[in-house]
Write a protein that binds this ligand. Structure first.
Ligand SMILES: Nc1nc2c(ncn2[C@@H]2O[C@H](COP(=O)(O)OP(=O)(O)OP(=O)(O)O)[C@@H](O)[C@H]2O)c(=O)[nH]1
Ligand SMILES: [Mg+2]
Length: 295
């Protein structure tokens, strides 16, 4: 058997654990993870090179009932990621039944021509009976070559899942050199880590009104890595919340982000965050696309 390679999309409801799965398989955190829905906003490629195969994972924004222009845009992005894939991995949770949001998604997937595999994640949080009922209900959808229960948290069955995915890939060349792990720049990943902390520390509409863009990332003469980033919000009132009284909130975001970025880059950094208003950026599709592209 020759070398196998291909593009493998991860699709599923918001919060299923898609980004967690890719991070766990890569053994390093490239993608942000959050308890809140739709933390992922871009199609991000991450590369896992195994002895006999190269899997190019495509992370996508989570599916859910659209509540505003941004979520509608993100769901479109997720479905647009389906074209050009060799394998689709759909991720769900042990609901004990076929979840209606998944059922809706399966209507779109009926005509998907490539092999599909289902991962039932978060099995650390369920019992054997609920898991069995989930597997049975999803089997009846008749879409999947394999259904694999996994836990990203406990790293259960992740190697098995990777091997099954690799088996489904066509024979092909290495698309990326062994050392390539993602198609995104350092600036992009750093901006994402900052956004992750905003998702962690702020509430209500604030995380969904925020875009982060790194404007400068370079080594200083004294050897410290210097990073400047802008945090854009849609309104003045949101700017006040993000800055916090006496600048407390943005300081805390900066401090948590700095730890995460230092772990990622393996070096000390100087981080400067500026909060700016880009009025109503999340109110039109064209502006959303422009803002997310600059991130
Ligand atoms: N208990 C448990 N929690 C998990 C597991 N995998 C992921 N999580 C948690 O589930 C939440 C969502 O994880 P993400 O990886 O951000 O999910 P996602 O599918 O990428 O979400 P979106 O990008 O919003 O679509 C986070 O709080 C994770 O820590 C798991 O195996 N077990
Ligand atoms: Mg995600």
């Amino acid at each position: 058997m020759g070398f196998k390679s291909g593009f493998v999309g991860l699709l599923g409801q918001a919060n299923a654990g898609k980004s967690s799965f890719i991070n766990a398989l890569l053994g390093q955190k490239f993608l942000i993870v959050s308890e809140r829905r739709q933390s992922t906003r871009h199609r991000i490629r991450c590369v896992l090179t195994l002895p006999g195969a190269q899997i190019v994972f495509v992370d996508t924004p989570g599916l859910h009932k659209p509540v505003d222009k941004l979520s509608r845009y993100l769901i479109k992005q997720a479905y647009a990621a389906l074209s050009g894939l060799d394998v689709l991995v759909y991720m769900t949770e042990p609901w004990g039944r076929l979840h209606e949001e998944d059922q809706k998604a399966f209507e779109h997937l009926k005509s998907f021509p490539q092999p599909m595999l289902l991962l039932v994640n978060k099995i650390d949080r369920t019992d054997a009976r609920t898991l069995e009922e989930t597997v049975r209900a999803y089997q009846q959808a008749g879409l999947f070559r394999e259904i694999i229960p996994v836990s990203c948290k406990q790293e259960a069955n992740l190697g098995l899942a990777a091997n099954k995915i690799a088996e489904l890939l066509p024979e092909g060349p290495k698309f990326f050199p062994d050392e390539t792990r993602t198609d995104r720049s350092q600036e992009f990943i750093v901006a994402e880590f900052i956004r992750e902390k905003i998702f962690q520390l702020t509430h209500k509409e604030i995380p969904y009104s925020t875009v982060v863009a790194v404007t400068h990332l370079a080594e200083r003469e004294d050897g410290l890595m210097e990073i400047f980033a802008n945090i854009y919000v849609a309104r003045e009132s949101q700017k006040a919340i993000l800055i916090g009284s006496g600048g407390r909130m943005v300081k805390e975001i900066g401090s948590l982000a700095r730890q995460e970025i230092e772990a990622f880059l393996g070096r000390k950094i100087y981080l400067d965050l500026q909060v700016k208003v880009h009025r109503d950026w999340n109110e039109s599709e064209a502006e959303i696309a422009r803002m997310l592209d600059r991130a």
